[in-house]
Design a protein around this ligand. Structure first.
Ligand code: SF4
Length: 252
């Protein structure tokens, strides 16, 4: 039975018109993340609860996150609960790690599927296998971010080993979801040609055919280009093209 008063802590809800103007796409940013990435641009996401934070510009406290029930979110996403009047085209859940609040995510995705709304989820893949398997059939488009191919290096840059992530990625490939794999490329952490080779070998082994490269360019000190803490300069276009070539040659 669907319990619509199941709730979650959400940091932000964005609504956009679809490019063809035929409806709306809603993006939910759920709080909570079990990883500790060195380069995390939004460390506030890690805590899964509403927190009181200080805004130094406005010199006052504000609440980071808000509790929403499934029913509240449905009403926000759908605009109109009457199917004939509804304009919602799709809903995307992201974080942090959206699946960390898995009970809420399960209830919300179940309702959206019942209503025929397209569902997408962005994930780190670091989710208990049972919870991940339960959510998979409810996800039309799964966007899977992979951060490192090597177990110990993964722990060093994110705080966790990648075994669970690889297992969940492998399982998702045999599900009906459309799986899109994205590689977070972080200067100084996984951007060398040998890293392209390492990623390609891993992804080939588990059956991934296509990947999207996502360079993280929020690190700006060129003197730290090879700093293992991730304080390094952005990718140049030439470097990215070389990485892409190395990767494509290997994954064919
Ligand atoms: S997965 Fe994303 S939100 Fe979580 S720590 Fe890493 S960068 Fe931050």
């Amino acid at each position: 039975m669907i319990t619509r008063n199941v709730s979650a802590c959400i940091r932000e809800i964005q609504k956009h018109s679809t490019p063809d103007g035929s409806g709306t796409q809603t993006i939910l940013y759920l709080k909570g993340c079990p990883l500790y990435c060195n380069w995390c641009p939004n460390p506030e996401f890690r805590n899964p609860e509403v927190r009181l934070l200080w805004d130094p510009i406005r010199a006052k406290h504000y609440e980071d996150g808000r509790i929403y029930t499934v029913q509240e979110v449905l009403e926000l996403c759908l605009d109109n609960l009457d199917p004939a009047e509804r304009t919602a085209s799709g809903v995307t859940l992201t974080g942090g790690e959206a699946m960390m609040q898995h009970t809420f995510v399960y209830e919300l995705l179940s309702r959206l599927k019942d209503l025929g709304v397209h569902t997408a989820v962005e994930t780190t893949g670091y989710v208990p296998e049972g919870q991940f398997a339960k959510l998979l059939p409810l996800i039309d488009h799964l966007i899977f971010y992979v951060k490192h191919y090597e177990r110990e290096a993964h722990r060093k840059i994110t705080g966790v080993y990648n075994d669970l992530i690889i297992e969940n990625l492998r399982n998702s490939l045999s599900s009906p979801s459309e799986v899109e794999v994205r590689l977070n490329l972080i200067p100084g952490l996984n951007d060398r040609p040998e890293d392209a080779e390492g990623f390609a070998r891993l992804l080939q082994r588990i059956g991934v055919k296509q990947v999207q490269l996502f360079p993280s360019n929020n690190q700006t000190d060129p003197s730290n280009r090879n700093n293992t803490q991730g304080s390094a300069s952005p990718f140049t276009e030439v470097e990215l093209a070389a990485y892409q070539d190395a990767f494509q040659n290997l994954i064919r």
